[in-house]
Design a binder for this molecule. Structure first.
Ligand SMILES: N[C@@H](CCC(=O)N[C@@H](CS)C(=O)NCC(=O)O)C(=O)O
Length: 211
């Protein structure tokens, strides 16, 4: 088993879809935690060497990678879950880019508008979720994954975004039967389910803003 190391803050954040993928694919990995205060006080040397001055950081032996979506895609190739041909890979990338757009909106809301913008954010959320419902409906009537008949790295990214939004509003999937069934189905995958129940996962808040 290759030695994977994931370095991030003690939150779920942008490392969480990577953790979901690793857990579900049966990988063993080492977590290195960086305390947020150390990072911003300059105590942490890693900020100076990080490719874009940010985390997560992924390492496998002497191969180091930054950018959460690049890490997801790399692991997608590693575990054979990045598409079985060019077209499938491109569609998986497309969904993953759509998840990234949603993650950026979610992050902006959590970090900038949390106190004042919740009502507006939740009002607009169906508009943000409906493309994913449609994507699911176009693939085996929503009974499988976002693309093809095999899980892909984009599924872990989408699942994490669903988890984040269910935490914000447990009823947010009420008008999205396919997304709702999809997330319940994925959560029940044995290795993923074990990880989701684990203490190490549950002691990490979604972001530093969450309790
Ligand atoms: N596009 C990057 C964004 C990384 C990012 O925003 N990282 C944040 C935590 S989620 C960070 O390192 N913040 C501390 C800083 O910017 O110094 C990725 O996907 O990895």
């Amino acid at each position: 088993m290759p030695g994977f190391t994931l370095t991030y803050f003690p939150v779920r954040g942008r490392a969480e879809p990577i953790r979901l993928l690793l857990a579900d694919q049966g990988a063993i990995w080492t977590e290195k935690e960086v305390q947020i205060d150390d990072w911003f006080s300059g105590k942490c040397e890693l900020k100076k060497t990080a490719a874009f001055g940010q985390l997560p950081r992924f390492q496998r032996d002497d191969f180091v990678l930054y950018q959460s979506n690049s890490i997801l895609r790399y692991l997608g190739h590693e575990f054979g879950i990045a598409g079985s041909n060019k077209e499938e890979s491109a569609r998986i990338d497309m969904v993953n880019d759509g998840v990234e757009d949603l993650r950026q909106k979610f992050s902006r809301f959590v970090f900038i508008e949390f106190e004042t913008g919740k009502e507006k954010y939740l009002q607009d959320l169906p508009n943000q979720l409906s493309p994913f419902e449609k994507i699911l409906s176009n693939n085996a009537n929503g009974t499988k994954f976002v693309v093809g008949d095999k899980i892909s790295f984009a599924d872990y990214n989408l699942l994490d975004m669903i988890h984040c939004h269910l935490d914000l509003d447990p009823k947010c999937l009420a008008s999205f039967p396919l997304l709702s069934a999809y997330s319940q189905r994925l959560d029940k995958r044995p290795k993923l389910s074990d990880y989701l129940k684990s203490e190490k996962r549950n002691k990490r808040p979604i972001t530093p803003k969450h309790k």
